[in-house]
Structures are given as structure tokens and as C-alpha cells.
Design a binder for this molecule. Structure first.
Ligand code: NDP
Ligand code: OXD
Length: 313
């Protein structure tokens, strides 16, 4: 079996290099090839990728499976020439869940315990008490109640935050106030002191973090975006920060990654920028998940975590 790893490998990407080494070590009988040295195109049966160049997938006439190297598959689906009969499986793993819990909890606590304000006070050597905002009245709204959104919701609930969740289809989750669909979106937003975007980017969710959404939140709300950069209308965030409608934002994902050096977010003290590191997952665990999917595909067994192309996630 030949598996093509269709990614741009850089010596600095240790996560990816460890993952590739692990795959080769665990399964020496699988022929893992690295793009662009793929050999005969008809030999490629599985492609592992995150952001394939448009048209790349069309080169392989015997392709049976596309595996995403991320939980989100939007960059794969962006290819207008993507063959439409090939299953696409996304990456789901326990280490990604745990890392996402850590990241979102960190961001929520930074805002609820006013750490950015204390840092500003520290810079001017001012010893001042700001009222503590009680967790039990600091409602956190999670956009997306899927694998990661639901995991994060349950953990934040345990810490004591009231939790609201919003999804496409109706849900019942103990301890979480659930909303669904466009018609319940503003109702969902109206009590959220902080919102966390854990949606996939699709034609329905692109640009959802916009002026209209921000104005439906209580004034001075906080934004945490760990979904995709394309969820956010960047100028709308700057306007909402200037008006005070949004107090601060923590952003892990951006429309253009890496974030361009002259981007205004870099130097804005109201914005925390991290370079898409919320939840890469542990390479050894991801390698095991990839090998398990390869085995399922070989044996003709059902593929866990195959996306539904009708919905784009
Ligand atoms: P899932 O597919 O498990 O969950 C997606 C959730 O979004 C579901 O609850 C779904 O609703 C909801 N949803 C989709 N479309 C809509 C819509 N139109 N309206 C309302 N809700 C909608 O994805 P994951 O939880 O695994 O991951 C979510 C996203 O997080 C990924 O797509 C990726 O973009 C991002 N991510 C970012 C990482 C980072 O490091 N920053 C790491 C991993 C993921 P329903 O349940 O009704 O289907
Ligand atoms: C992603 C991921 O989809 O890191 O962003 O899994």
C-alpha cells in the first residue's frame, strides 16, 4: 500500500516530522511517500494532507481515501477539482480534546480573572484591586457542540461557569443550555459574557463572528476564536473593541496564517494572538489514529470520523 503525505515539510515543524517518523517506524511495510516525490501517480491509494494545492488530488486515479491532518477539512474541500466520490476522514483524538480544554479554559480564566487588565496595571506599577467577576455569573457560550465543543463545555461547567451551546441540530446535554439553528442564534448570544468559536468553517458559518453577532452579546463581552480565521470579520472585531462592545479577544486562528508581520492584531493590547496551537494533539497518538484508519480502509471496515460532504464537516 502506498500512502502519500501531501504536506509542506519544514525542518522547524517538529510536530510533523515526529509524526512522519512515527508512521514509518510503526508500519515499515507501508510505503509512505513525501510530496512532491510521489512516484507513479496510479500507485497512490491514500493521501494524508492538510492544505493540498488545488488540483493535486486529481492526479491520483486509484485514490481510495483522503485523510485530513487536522480536525477541520475546509482547506481540502476548497479544491474545486476535488474528486467527489472519495471519502474524507478528519482527525479526532483524545490528546486534541485535552489540549483544547486547556487552551479554552486558560483563555476564559484570563478574561474572567481580568489578567489583561492586571498586566496593564503592572506595566505602570499600579497596585489596584479590580472586582472579581464571579464564575457562576460569567456565562460562556460555545459555538459548535461537536467533538471539541462538547468536551470543552463539560469541563468549563465543572469549574462552575454557566454554559450555553449552539449547534446546527438540536441537542440535549446535561448542565448545558442548548440552542440550535439560525433562528435561536441571537437568543443563545444574549447572556454570553464570553463566546468560544469551535465551529467548522462552512458556507453557513464563514464570517459568523461579525458586527451583527457582537451586537447581540452583552456589552464588554469576550471573544475566543479557535475555529478558523474565516469565521471572523477582522475589521468588525476592531470596531467592536473600539466601541467596548467586545472587551478583549483571544485568537488562535487567522484568515492568513502565518499572521502577516504588519497585521494590526500583533500590537493590539486587547488581543491575544497565538499561532494556531490550541490543539495539535500528541504525535504518537495521532500516528496511531492514522494507522487505525488506514487499516480500516484496507479491510473495508467502516471509517470512523468520515465527514459528510453535504454539510462540509
Ligand atoms: P465537529 O465536526 O465534531 O463539530 C462541529 C460542530 O459545529 C457540531 O456541533 C455542529 O453541529 C456545529 N455546526 C456546524 N455547522 C453549524 C451551523 N451552520 N450552525 C450551527 N452549528 C454548526 O468538529 P470539532 O469539534 O472536532 O472541531 C471544530 C472545529 O475546530 C474544526 O472544524 C476546526 O476548524 C477547529 N479546530 C481548531 C483547532 C486549533 O488548534 N485551533 C484544533 C482542532 C479543531 P451539529 O452537532 O448539529 O452537527
Ligand atoms: C485543526 C487542527 O483543524 O489542528 O485546526 O486539527
Amino acid at each position: 500500500m502506498v500512502v502519500l503525505i501531501l504536506v509542506e515539510t519544514k525542518p522547524t515543524n517538529t510536530w510533523l516530522n515526529i509524526l512522519i517518523a512515527q508512521l514509518k517506524k510503526e508500519q515499515p511495510n507501508i510505503d509512505f511517500r513525501l510530496w512532491p516525490e510521489y512516484g507513479k501517480p496510479e500507485e497512490i491509494e491514500i493521501v494524508l494532507t492538510a492544505w493540498p494545492p488545488p488540483g493535486a488530488m486529481q492526479k491520483f486515479p486509484n485514490l481510495k481515501l483522503i485523510m485530513s491532518l487536522g480536525a477541520g477539512v475546509n482547506r481540502i474541500l476548497e479544491d474545486p477539482d476535488l474528486p467527489d466520490n472519495i471519502p474524507i476522514v478528519r482527525l479526532v483524538s483524545e490528546s486534541k480534546r485535552l489540549q483544547m480544554i486547556e487552551y479554552v479554559t486558560m483563555a476564559v480564566l484570563v478574561f474572567q480573572r481580568r489578567l489583561l487588565e492586571y498586566q496593564a496595571l503592572q506595566r505602570s506599577q499600579r497596585w489596584e484591586y479590580l472586582p472579581v467577576q464571579d464564575a457562576t455569573s460569567f456565562t460562556v457560550g460555545i459555538l459548535g457542540l461537536g467533538d471539541l465543543g462538547l468536551t470543552v463545555a463539560k469541563k468549563l461547567k465543572l469549574i462552575g461557569f454557566p454554559i450555553r451551546g449552539w449547534s446546527r441540530t438540536p441537542k440535549i446535554v446535561a448542565g448545558v443550555e442548548c440552542f440550535h439553528g439560525q433562528e435561536q442564534f441571537k437568543l443563545f448570544l444574549n447572556k454570553c459574557r464570553a463566546i468560544v468559536c469551535l465551529l467548522p468553517v462552512t458556507p453557513q458559518t464563514e464570517g459568523i463572528l461579525c458586527q451583527d453577532t457582537f451586537s447581540a452579546l452583552p456589552p464588554g463581552a469576550y471573544l475566543i476564536n479557535v475555529g478558523r480565521g474565516k469565521h471572523l470579520i477582522e475589521p468588525d472585531l476592531l470596531t467592536a473593541l473600539d466601541s467596548g462592545q467586545i472587551a478583549s479577544a483571544c485568537l488562535d486562528v487567522f484568515d492568513t496564517e502565518p499572521l502577516p508581520v504588519d497585521h494590526p492584531f500583533w500590537s493590539d493590547p486587547r488581543i491575544i494572538v497565538t499561532p494556531h496551537i490550541a490543539a495539535p494533539g500528541r504525535s504518537d497518538e495521532i500516528a496511531a489514529a492514522i494507522l487505525d484508519t488506514i487499516n480500516c480502509s484496507r479491510m473495508g471496515r467502516p471509517l470512523k470520523y468520515a465527514i459528510d460532504r453535504r454539510w462540509g464537516y
